[in-house]
Design a protein around this ligand. Sequence first.
Ligand code: KG4
Ligand code: ZN
Length: 410
Amino acid sequence: MKILAIETSCDDTGIAVLSVQDESTSGKEGNFVVLANEIASQIKVHQKYGGVFPAMAKREHQKNTVPTFVKALKKAKLLNPRPCTLDPKKVKTFKTILEREPELLKRIIPFLKKYSRPAVDYIAVTNGPGLEPCLWVGVNFARALSYFWDIPIIPVNHIEGHILVNFFNENSKLKILNSKLPTIALVVSGGHTQIVLVNKIGDYKILGETRDDAAGECFDKAAKILGLGYPGGPIISKLAQKASRGPTPTDFKLPRPMMHTKDYDFSFSGLKTAILYKVKKDIGYAPLKPNFAKTKKGKIYVAEMCTEIQQAIIDVLLKKTLKAVKDYGAKTIILGGGVSANSELKKQFQQACDRHCEEQGQSGNLNLVFPEPVLSTDNGAMIAIAGYYNRNKIIDWKNLSADSNLRLGE
Ligand code: KG4
Ligand code: ZN
């Protein structure tokens, strides 16, 4: 079985092809081979603004989807050059489906004339949560292809993709076995911050989430205040490594919003405001000019701030995740989303898991699982894997729509 996956929920256009050996013949669950996992990043476009503008991101998705799709099919050896005569009636409906994506339509028509239907069994597409205008590009592309080539569509929840990509190792073998369940998944990206209880694949409960900004968004906004580039997470993480000291000096201390509340929720917009006020107080103005971080004084100041910002975010994420682990007797922590690429975060989560094991003895084994960096940020492969597990939820292209607030387990 082959699954073509489409991901356009934020600022990465991801197209993947997953090959799955049938469980009944292979006898193994999830015998996956990722044949292609192509990603077109929009970082360069959004860099100037220090954040993602949905309308601009939508336009970029429209431009990038077809070239990324072609690359993925080529890599998966599914590109069949064969000039086809197109049925004008079919083309008319096809154009209607893509009428809100004119830039994409312009690029896909020549493709249809040149190549025939690729041998895929399903199209899995992210239909939420995410930025609504961006989601629609992928959804409409999936609808149009489904109609034209008669391929069933599987709608996929983006968060489930971030979770399920962790269930398999590089050899596509299931690594989170039943004995390692339930797990607590922390999905942290530019758009989401959620703690999810995963009882098993397909059985989820959102325990907590951010009430305002996402953790990645906080990294991005903090970087903007410090006059650094975009995306903020990797830059802050790199500069934090350059800070000279051990524990944070008290005059750099930032708040840890909601760290001690009894729920599993987060709030990161207060942290962003605290950073803004602190920089204004310390330096006299904010946001800082990009040149500030290049001065001798600026270098030290920015590095110290980056360390403290990163630590404040890690502290709250870790505290709430461990609370959920304890309350639900979880045996595994899963990390997912762009922020899970942060090496200090992974290090401190690992240390916490080791401490947990020492305190609890054999019975308290707590595993930490996170994806390799290319699979932690948005990509098509994670949508293909989640698609495989949702193949009983096929939907007619006429009934599929994007839902920016789609929620897991509801
Ligand atoms: O999952 P993702 O690629 O897209 C969204 O769904 O948002 O995540 C992007 C986010 C950005 O906010 C970026 O600053 C953050 O992930 N990020 C990081 C790191 N790498 C990416 N945050 C902290 N440390 C990193 N190393
Ligand atoms: Zn994401």
